[in-house]
Design a protein. Structure first.
Length: 226
């Protein structure tokens, strides 16, 4: 065998496999928020296989290079970590971190710069089953009425911003496990099955469009592993 060719062959093989590897790698963009609408700044996004780590920008955005079947670990001080598995065709990942219960974690979120608008975060009221025994309440209406300041229950409707008009509804939008539902659906959900309740009182509810104009009640129910 030609000596020059025999020396070149391994180099060609290395380049070939490098090209294959690069072809498999792709860029995924994403955004990290909390309460579905507040961008998280400097949240840490780590690619599990390569340990590549990036921080989100002032709009909560990030971009990372990933391999097929990749997993991301997303974290921020004061929030629960979240692991995200990317599907083969995923180009954009929307990740919503949950704020840990307690005033201290709310202060961490602001103090570490993850949330730049203190007023926006403080306009969100949060209640977690780890903080309170929900089973002591007869229904979700009773739970919400007794624990969220300024929130009323009137004729089976949850009122966050007061009664705006006699003719139009002042009821808040109810979202259960990410799905908007009619307020009457709450009567069929036992409080003991509820994991958390978040009330959005201010302009952050604009992400839900006109339906969120009267505020939003986000309810997360317990899953099998909770």
């Amino acid at each position: 065998m030609n000596t020059k060719f025999s020396k070149t062959l391994p180099l060609i093989a290395v380049l070939f496999f490098a090209l294959i590897s690069n072809a498999q790698e792709r860029i995924v963009h994403g955004m990290v928020t909390t309460f579905d609408s507040i961008p998280l700044i400097d949240a840490e996004v780590q690619v599990r296989s390569t340990k590549q780590t990036v921080l989100t920008d002032t709009l909560g955005r990030f971009s990372v290079a990933v391999n097929p079947g990749e997993r991301l670990k997303v974290s921020a001080t004061g929030f629960f970590n979240q692991k995200v598995k990317l599907e083969e065709k995923t180009k954009f990942a929307a990740i919503n971190l949950k704020l840990k219960p307690g005033e201290k974690n709310r202060e961490y979120a602001i103090g570490y710069g993850h949330v730049s608008d203190r007023d926006k975060l403080n306009a969100l009221a949060s209640l977690n089953s780890d903080d309170l025994d929900f089973s002591q309440y007869s229904d979700i209406y009773d739970l919400i009425k007794g624990r969220f300041a300024g929130v009323q229950v009137v004729n089976g409707e949850i009122i966050i911003r007061g009664i705006n008009s006699i003719n139009s509804s002042s009821a808040a939008l109810i979202v259960v496990d990410g799905v908007p539902v009619d307020g009457s659906a709450l009567s069929s959900i036992p409080p003991v099955q509820v994991k958390s309740i978040n009330v959005i009182k201010d302009g952050s509810s604009a992400i839900y469009g006109s339906r969120g104009a009267n505020g939003v009640v986000l309810i997360e129910t317990k899953r099998g592993d909770d």
